[in-house]
Design a protein around this ligand. Structure first.
Ligand SMILES: O=C(O)COP(=O)(O)O
Length: 212
């Protein structure tokens, strides 16, 4: 029986690659740096905005704090220029809610940006909790936020699933003792982490999870 599903955001619910890359390159341009290819920037995503910026200016000696400020300011105003839900997410989330499953988001992206994107794309109301990377919990792959979510909803690890596209999601779930599934369509990398199943689309995940 599945009682709680915790979703990663970037690369699992939303395709945010171009807005993230746009914000990084805007920050770089404003500091006199050449733009980087989108695919390169995408590989820097996954461990929160500070690490993204650190990696994105590693080829230069610009001030990190200033780069971080500029990145955050620009991105806050351009959250959903091209960012969209992956196909089938809106309908799939509604189906899972109708099946009586509690839904939460656990992202390394800051909470306010996560919430605003989900609201803007019309699915913010589907989630009992939206926890971002600037919450009181350490970033994924630390499992603390997963433990807190399971405690809050009174759900044991056997009835909790984490669904994500990156090793940070899978490792957090492993360390929290809950089930895990991989969004193969995203832009993260599972590295050495194991998962119980993988899917090539969101509707596939919904269909599979209903069988548990
Ligand atoms: O902002 C990041 O570093 C990644 O965010 P995510 O945890 O939703 O994939």
């Amino acid at each position: 029986m599945v009682k709680l599903i915790v979703f990663d955001l970037d690369g699992t619910l939303i395709d945010s690659r171009h807005d993230l890359a746009g914000a990084v390159n805007h920050m770089r341009g404003s500091m006199g740096l050449e733009p980087l290819a989108t695919e390169r920037i995408v590989r820097f995503v996954g461990n929160g905005v500070a690490n993204l910026v650190r990696r994105a200016i590693a080829d230069s000696d610009v001030d990190f704090e200033e780069a971080l400020r500029r990145m955050k300011r620009y991105y806050a105003g351009h959250l959903v220029e091209t960012t969209a839900l992956y196909p089938g997410v809106s309908r799939g989330l509604a189906e899972l809610r109708e099946a009586g499953i509690q839904l939460a988001v656990l992202s390394n992206k800051p909470t306010d940006a996560s919430r605003r994107i989900l609201d803007c794309l019309g699915v913010g109301g589907c989630f009992a909790d939206i926890i971002g990377g600037d919450s009181d919990f350490p970033l994924k792959p630390e499992p603390d936020a997963l433990f807190a979510l399971m405690r809050k909803h009174n759900v044991p690890p056997e009835q909790c699933w984490m669904f994500g596209d990156h090793y940070t999601d899978l490792e957090a779930a492993r360390r929290a003792g809950c089930h895990r599934a991989l969004a193969r369509y995203g832009f993260g990398e599972p590295r050495e982490e194991k998962f119980e199943f993988e899917v090539g689309s969101f509707p596939e995940f919904v269909m599979a999870i209903k069988g548990f």
